[in-house]
Write a protein that binds this ligand. Structure first.
Ligand SMILES: Nc1ncnc2c1ncn2[C@@H]1O[C@H](COP(=O)(O)OP(=O)(O)OP(=O)(O)O)[C@@H](O)[C@H]1O
Length: 291
């Protein structure tokens, strides 16, 4: 079983609920695309305070502090190896699955440190769903892919209804409603990724982590996934790692810029990051990739 499959499977089990109540008002403005509805303010859902991560003796992230707003898309950008995926994996403690990884600092979800001893990482991963770069449906039917987590958790409710709603939410229902018994592996790449999003949505998470969810897709499928991600932020808090500047600028409300050495060099409204970055280093990175 790969790490991704293990995490997907693990996310469907467990019971504890690491809730907390502390919420902070944060100003958030819209993204760059003009067509995005204006969003006024949002509360902080996830707060990182001086998070440091090592793999054995090599430090991958240095003193990362940021406040991620609820019901917004927050993008993580930066060159390869700067620690974006590592940060994402801190939020749902997937780094626990990597023996070499050590995390220090505080990372709260609704005010509760997800690294506290009384937090069950499996239950955490149910609240914090994950979608990976390469679509990874299970070798099961389309229906069973989406229902899998519900069955593992013995989740009450009408599973047929939840599967239908999840597939609708992932903008896939119309394409698959007459072929729910077919294997998820028979779908196109873009459909498979939307199936993985439906699978992540079905257990009713608060947060969706997405690690380059469109980078393995063709331009049409990429555009569909981007529209879907922007739309999902109406209901979920989305944190997305991407190498694609246009994508970050188009769909995110907040952008975090990581640079080599595992530093977070800027975290601000997306429009500000792209139009008026704080430092020359960020400007050089953005114009090098974007300009
Ligand atoms: N499982 C691991 N074991 C050891 N080192 C790791 C592991 N995963 C990541 N690293 C190292 O941690 C650093 C940050 O990696 P990470 O994958 O988080 O960066 P990234 O910005 O997401 O890169 P990319 O954009 O290429 O995916 C890199 O030096 C990488 O080699």
């Amino acid at each position: 079983m790969t790490q991704n499959e293990e995490a997907s499977t693990e996310s469907e089990t467990g019971s504890a609920d690491p809730t907390g109540d502390t919420l902070v008002e944060t100003d958030v403005s819209s993204g760059l695309d003009g067509g995005t509805p204006q969003r006024s303010t949002s509360r902080t859902l996830i707060e990182s305070k001086n998070v440091n991560v090592w793999y054995n003796d090599d430090q991958a992230l240095k003193d990362i502090s940021m406040e991620i707003p609820e019901n917004r898309v927050t993008a993580m950008i930066g060159p390869s190896g700067c620690g974006k995926s590592t940060f994402l994996r801190c939020i749902n403690r997937m780094n626990d699955l990597i023996d070499a990884a050590r995390v220090e600092g505080e990372l709260t979800l609704r005010g509760k440190n997800v690294y506290d001893d009384d937090v069950d990482p499996v239950a955490l991963r149910r609240r914090v769903g994950m979608v990976f770069q390469k679509p990874n449906p299970f070798p099961k039917s389309i229906y069973d892919n989406v229902a899998y987590g519900l069955e593992i958790q013995n989740k009450s409710g009408d599973h047929d209804e939840i599967v239908e709603q999840s597939l609708k939410r992932a903008a896939l229902w119309d394409e698959v409603k007459d072929r729910l018994d077919e294997s998820g592996l028979e779908l196109s790449g873009g459909q498979q990724q939307r199936l993985c999003i439906a699978r992540a949505i079905a257990p009713d998470p608060e947060v969706l982590l997405m690690d380059e969810p469109a980078s393995a897709l063709d331009p049409v499928a990429t555009s569909q996934i981007e529209d879907l991600i922007a739309d999902l932020a109406e209901e979920y808090t989305v944190v997305i790692v991407t190498h694609n500047m246009q994508q970050a600028a188009r769909i995110s409300d907040k952008t975090a810029v990581f640079l080599t050495g595992g530093e977070l060099v800027e975290f601000a409204d997306t429009q500000k990051v792209f139009e008026n970055p704080e430092s020359q280093r960020v400007e050089d990175y953005i114009t090098g990739k974007f300009g």
